[in-house]
Design a binder for this molecule. Structure first.
Ligand code: HEC
Ligand code: HEC
Length: 142
């Protein structure tokens, strides 16, 4: 029993020493646990440059404006004020006919429920550096 506890203690000491050998960084950066974390810089919306070219045919177009003030709730979808087929908002691309087809392929008079939450597929852009390198090459790059 005694030998077992001494072995376990030694294993623990070795494990701690081993872990300290690595350069471990937490997501908070090199800030002590009890210190306030460093304030991150606010990122700017990528806005005002018009439509963003698609990278492949099936891509949901990226949103070239801020979406901060546009709520999508069960009762109301403010994106549709400008993007619905009958909106008179100049310059806002109208949602395509594909958004009026349900999952069974039936044509609907209103936006299909599976297209209601626009930002599930259409994402706005900010000037943030990618966290992970992406090597995807689109047809547009060729
Ligand atoms: C006040 C009107 C308005 C509202 C509300 C609005 N948009 Fe837009 N949207 C525009 C305009 C105008 C454009 C055309 C590009 C530009 O001028 O920025 C656009 C462009 C887009 C595009 C690019 C279309 C393309 O052909 O490339 C997408 C996607 C989009 N908006 C999605 C959304 C989503 C999602 C919401 C809700 C969260 C939303 N928009 C709310 C006016 C609006
Ligand atoms: C399930 C994913 C999905 C959802 C949800 C969705 N879209 Fe799309 N959207 C797409 C895809 C994919 C395309 C490109 C192919 C197409 O037109 O169907 C597209 C195309 C568009 C276009 C460009 C149409 C054109 O003719 O160039 C607009 C504008 C748009 N969507 C707006 C919206 C709005 C507004 C909503 C919410 C009411 C919405 N979408 C919800 C996937 C989605």
């Amino acid at each position: 029993m005694k030998t077992l506890s001494i072995t376990m203690l030694l294993m623990f000491v070795f494990a701690v020493a081993w872990a300290e050998g690595f350069d471990v960084h937490s997501l908070r950066g090199d800030v002590a646990l009890d210190a306030p974390s460093v304030q991150t810089s606010a990122k700017e919306w990528q806005e005002g440059e018009g439509k963003i070219m698609r990278n492949y045919a099936q891509q949901p177009p990226l949103v070239p404006h801020s979406v901060e003030d546009f709520a999508i709730t069960r009762e109301d979808n403010s994106c549709l004020a400008c993007h619905n087929w009958n909106s008179d908002m100049e310059g806002a691309t109208k949602v395509g006919i594909s958004h009026f087809v349900n999952r069974d392929g039936d044509a609907l008079a209103r936006i299909s429920p599976n297209r209601y939450f626009c930002t599930q597929c259409h994402v706005p852009q900010k000037n943030a550096k990618p966290l992970v390198k992406n090597t995807f090459k689109s047809l547009a790059d060729e």
